[in-house]
Design a binder for this molecule. Structure first.
Ligand code: S3P
Length: 690
C-alpha cells in the first residue's frame, strides 16, 4: 500500500496530527477490478479490496460463472486473487445470477456477458429490480446481443444472450459510468472497436484500469459530447496487480461529520481515491466554508490516491447552489450534501439531479421526506431539492428505503450536536461501508454519552426462520429458493450442490460408480466437506478448496448424483453440516428431504411440483438457453421420471411431501410468481420490517 501499515478501515491514531482514519476500498473500482480480472488471462491480485455487500455480490456472480476467486470475503488485509480464464471463457451458470443491491455489478456484468457465448439471467433485490436497465439493454442489443426482460419490461430480471458483436457508436442521454462501462466491456470481450459519447463526463475508472492493463483508450470532447473509444481492443488482457484506494464516497460521510462537529481534533483520512471525476464534492465544500486539505500521494492502476484532512472550521457552514454540470462528479454525494445543507446558513439549491430518482432509492424523495420528518424545511423539484438550513434541534425516525447512502447521511447528522435521530435500517450501510457505525461511534466527540444513532427493533436474541422447500428436479426449487432467500436476506442452502460436490470428489478419487455404496465413513470424513458462505452464496469446500460450479454441473456428476445421494451413510454424514447452516435472520433450505428429515421443525414447508414435461422443458432450457423441441422434451421427461422413481423409492429420506407441507404447483407459474407464493407463506413468521 505504501502508506502506513494498516490496510483495513478504522481508526489509526488519535494523537499528534489528530484523528487518523481509513475508509474501506472503493467499490466502484473494486467491482471493475473483479470483472476485468475475470476477463484477463492469468492471476490478478487486488489488495485492499472492500468486503461490502456489493463487491461480494459481484464476486459471487463471477464465481457462479466458473471464475475462481479467492478471498472475496476474507479479511481486508488479504488480497483477493482471481484466476482469469481469458476474454470469452466464462461458463454457463446453473441458476440466475443475483446481484442483490449492486447496480454496478448488474450493469457491468450485463455488458461483459454480451460477449460471452452464454445465456444468463440477471436478478437483484427489490431496490435493484426497480432500476432502469434499458439504458444498457438498448446499446447491447444494437451490438448484436440478445437482451430480454423476464418479468416486467425495462427492469431486472433480464436475460442476456451473448455472442459475436459488432462495434457501435453509442450516444447516451445520461452521463452514466455504468452504461459507458457496460458498452466498453462488451466491446472488449468481443474484440470490436466502439465509441461511447456522454453529455457530461462520468467517472472514468474503467478507462483508467483498461489502460493500466495495456488497452488503448482514446478520449476527449467531440462535437459537444465526451467521447471514449476503444479503437483496437486486444486479443487478450494482462492481469491486474493493484491496491484499491479508499472510497471517496465513503470518506465524504466522515468529512461531513467533521465539518458539522466544531471543536473536535483535526481529522485525516488516509489513502483515499482522488480521481477528479469523483471528487466534485470538494469544490462545493469549499464554497460552503468547509476547508479540506488534499495531500496527493501516488497512483494505483492509474488512480490518484492521497490523504484528506479537515481542520477546525472558522466560520459557519454556508448554503450553496449546485447545478447540473457539477452533479456527475458528485453523483453519490448528494445525500450527504443535503444533510450538510440542513445545517447551513441559508437555502441550498440542488438542480439537474434527476438521476438521483433511479439510484438505490428515489434519493430526492427519500431526502425530502426524511428531512421534513426531522424538522428541516425542504422543497422537492423534479430534478432537485431546495433545503433551508436550520440550527434548531432535529429529531425523528429516518426511513432508509434500503439505501446505504440515505442511512449513512442521516447517521452522520445523528452523530452531531442537537440531533436525536433513529435510523430504521442501519445494517444497509454494509452495502458499501461495513463498519461504518462503529467508526462513526469511535471518531465522534462524545455528546453526553448519547449513541450516534439508535437502531430500531427489539433487542431480544434474533431467531432463525427456516423455510424448507422440497420437490422434484425441474420443479423450480433452485430459482425459487435463491430468489426467496435474496428477497428475505436469508441464507440459501442448496443441498443438491452438497451431494454433487461429494459425488464429484468420489469420482475424482476414481471410485467406480457401481462401487459408490462401498464408501466408508473414514473416506467421507477425509473429504472434509464444509460450506462456505463467502460472496453471499453457498459454496462447498472439499478439503479446504471450493468446488467450482463447472465441476458441480459436469455431466458425469449429474449422471451419478442420484446414486450417491441414495447412500444412507452419505446422507447421515451431511446432516449436521446442513443443520448448522441455519443462522438468523433465516434460511431457505432447498432439496428433497428438507422438511422431512433435515428441518422437520421448519417454520414453513413447501413442496414444489410441476408437470413432468414442463420440468423437462425447463431443465433443457437451463442447459442450452433456448426452448427445446418435442422430441428432446420427451426424452428428458423419460429421464426425469427415472430420477423421480430413484429419489422417491430410495431407502433413506425418499422424496415425499412432508406432513404440513403446502404443495405449490409451478406448471403455470413463472419464477416471480413462484417466489411470491413462497414468500406469502413465510410472511407470518417474519419480523415487521419485511
Ligand atoms: C457507478 C456509477 C454511478 C454511481 C454508482 C456507481 C459505477 O452510477 O452512482 O454508485 O461504479 O460506475 P451511474 O452510472 O448510473 O450514474
Amino acid at each position: 500500500m505504501g502508506v502506513g501499515g494498516r490496510l483495513s478501515a478504522g481508526v489509526e491514531r488519535r494523537s499528534g496530527e489528530g484523528l487518523v482514519i481509513r475508509v474501506p476500498g472503493d467499490k466502484s473500482i473494486a467491482q471493475r477490478a473483479l470483472i476485468l480480472g475475470a476477463l484477463a488471462e492469468g492471476e490478478s491480485r487486488i489488495g485492499a479490496a472492500p468486503r461490502g455487500a456489493d463487491p461480494l455480490s459481484t464476486a459471487g456472480a463471477l464465481a457462479a460463472l466458473g471464475v475462481e476467486i479467492l478471498g472475496p470475503d476474507g479479511p481486508a488485509s488479504e488480497p483477493v486473487r482471481i484466476a482469469g480464464p481469458g476474454l470469452r471463457a466464462w461458463r454457463q451458470p446453473a441458476a440466475p445470477l443475483d446481484l442483490r443491491n449492486s447496480g454496478t455489478g448488474a450493469r457491468l456484468l450485463a455488458g461483459a456477458l454480451a460477449a460471452q457465448p452464454l445465456s444468463v439471467v440477471l436478478t437483484g433485490d427489490d431496490s435493484l429490480s426497480r432500476r432502469p436497465m434499458e439504458r444498457i439493454a438498448a446499446p447491447l442489443r444494437r451490438m448484436g446481443a440478445g437482451v430480454e426482460y423476464v418479468g416486467r419490461p425495462g427492469v431486472l430480471p433480464m436475460r442476456v444472450t451473448g455472442g459475436p458483436l459488432t462495434g457501435i457508436r453509442h450516444g447516451g442521454e445520461v452521463a452514466s459510468a455504468q452504461v459507458k462501462s457496460a458498452v466498453l466491456l462488451a466491446a472488449l470481450g468481443a474484440g470490436v472497436p466502439v465509441e461511447v459519447r456522454e453529455p457530461r463526463r462520468s467517472r472514468d475508472h474503467s478507462e483508467r484500469m483498461l489502460e493500466a492493463m495495456g488497452v488503448e483508450v482514446a478520449e476527449g470532447w467531440r462535437d459537444g459530447a465526451w467521447s471514449v473509444r476503444l479503437p483496437n481492443p486486444p486479443a487478450s488482457l494482462a492481469p491486474l496487480d493493484m491496491e484499491v484506494p479508499g472510497d471517496f464516497s465513503s470518506a465524504a460521510f466522515l468529512l461531513a461529520w467533521a465539518a458539522l462537529s466544531p471543536g473536535r481534533a483535526p481529522l485525516t483520512i488516509r489513502a483515499v481515491g482522488l480521481n477528479p471525476t469523483r471528487t466534485g464534492l470538494l469544490p462545493v465544500l469549499a464554497r460552503m466554508g468547509i476547508g479540506v486539505e488534499v495531500l496527493p500521494g501516488r497512483l494505483a492502476a492509474g488512480e490518484p490516491v492521497g490523504d484528506l484532512r479537515v481542520g477546525a472550521r472558522t466560520g459557519p457552514v454556508r448554503a450553496v447552489d449546485v447545478g447540473e454540470e457539477e452533479i456527475p462528479g458528485m453523483i453519490d454525494e448528494v445525500p450527504i450534501l443535503a444533510v450538510l445543507a440542513a445545517r447551513a446558513r441559508g437555502v441550498t439549491r440542488i438542480t439537474g439531479a434527476r438521476e438521483l430518482r433511479v439510484k438505490e432509492s428515489d434519493r430526492l424523495a427519500a431526502l425530502a421526506l426524511n428531512l421534513r420528518r426531522i424538522g428541516v424545511g425542504v422543497e422537492e423539484y423534479p430534478d432537485g431539492l431546495a433545503i433551508e438550513g436550520t440550527e434548531r434541534p432535529l429529531a425523528g425516525t429516518v426511513e432508509c428505503f434500503h439505501d446505504h447512502r440515505i442511512a449513512m447521511a442521516f447517521g452522520v447528522l445523528g452523530a452531531t450536536r442537537d440531533c436525536d435521530l433513529e435510523v430504521d435500517d442501519p445494517a444497509v450501510a454494509d452495502v458499501s461501508f461495513p463498519g461504518f457505525w462503529k467508526l462513526l461511534e469511535r471518531v465522534r466527540v462524545p455528546v453526553a454519552g448519547k449513541p450516534a444513532v439508535r437502531a430500531e427493533g427489539p433487542r431480544s436474541a434474533p431467531r432463525c426462520v427456516v423455510l424448507a422447500i422440497d420437490g422434484s428436479a425441474g420443479a423450480g426449487k433452485s430459482t425459487t429458493a435463491a430468489a426467496a432467500a435474496s428477497r428475505l436476506g436469508f441464507r440459501h442452502l442448496d443441498s443438491g450442490a452438497i451431494y454433487r460436490a461429494v459425488t464429484w470428489a468420489l469420482l475424482e478419487s476414481e471410485r467406480r460408480i457401481d462401487e459408490m455404496d462401498q464408501v466408508t465413513r473414514e473416506e467421507l470424513e477425509a473429504l472434509e466437506v464444509a460450506l462456505d458462505w463467502s460472496a453471499g452464496v453457498m459454496g462447498v469446500r472439499i478439503r479446504g478448496i471450493r468446488v467450482p460450479e463447472r465441476a458441480l454441473r459436469a455431466d458425469r456428476v449429474t449422471a451419478s448424483v442420484s446414486r450417491v445421494s441414495a447412500i444412507p451413510l452419505v446422507r447421515a454424514q451431511l446432516l449436521d453440516l446442513q443443520r448448522a447452516a441455519a443462522r438468523p435472520p433465516g434460511l431457505v433450505a432447498e432439496g428433497r428431504d428438507m422438511a422431512t428429515v433435515v428441518f422437520p421443525d421448519a417454520h414453513v414447508k413447501v413442496y414444489l411440483d410441476a408437470d413432468v414435461r414442463e420440468r423437462a422443458r425447463r431443465r433443457i432450457l437451463q442447459r442450452i438457453g433456448t426452448d427445446p423441441g418435442n422430441a428432446e422434451i420427451e426424452a428428458e421427461a423419460a429421464r426425469l421420471k427415472g430420477r423421480d422413481l430413484l429419489d422417491s423409492t430410495r431407502e433413506v429420506a425418499p422424496l415425499t411431501r412432508a406432513d404440513g407441507a403446502t404443495i405449490v404447483d409451478t406448471t403455470h407459474l413463472d419464477p416471480v410468481a413462484q417466489t411470491e407464493a413462497v414468500i406469502d407463506l413465510a410472511l407470518p413468521f417474519l419480523p415487521p420490517k419485511h
